[in-house]
Design a protein around this ligand. Structure first.
Ligand SMILES: [Zn+2]
Length: 104
């Protein structure tokens, strides 16, 4: 079995030692409102398509959905947790899922 390393600090995870697998999704949100509700819808769609087509395909996809998987040592797991919980009003649900407030 190959050696494991923390993806943050590069510390080698000792054989049989503790480590954490972190998987996170960053998903584009939509509040149901248009930035300019009086804009011609055909023009808005055309502009959005032009912007998407100007990006490399993977970058356009990452703007909508991105999954990140990392391995963390126990110390970096705590640092990541502190960083996430220090963000603006995160709500922890059931000890597993962080749900952020929707735009209001
Ligand atoms: Zn680490």
């Amino acid at each position: 079995m190959k050696d494991l390393y923390c993806h943050n600090c590069q510390q080698k995870i000792p054989a049989g030692g503790s480590f954490y697998c972190c998987r996170t999704e960053i998903i584009s949100g939509f509040d149901g409102r248009l930035a300019d509700p009086y804009q011609d819808p055909d023009l808005a769609i055309k502009t959005a398509c032009e912007e998407i087509n100007a990006l490399p395909p993977h970058e356009a996809m990452d703007d909508v959905y991105q999954e990140i998987k990392i391995i963390l040592c126990p110390s970096c797991r705590l640092k990541l947790r502190e960083t996430l919980l220090a963000m603006k009003k995160p709500r922890q649900t059931g000890g597993k899922i962080l749900r952020f407030p929707t735009a209001e």
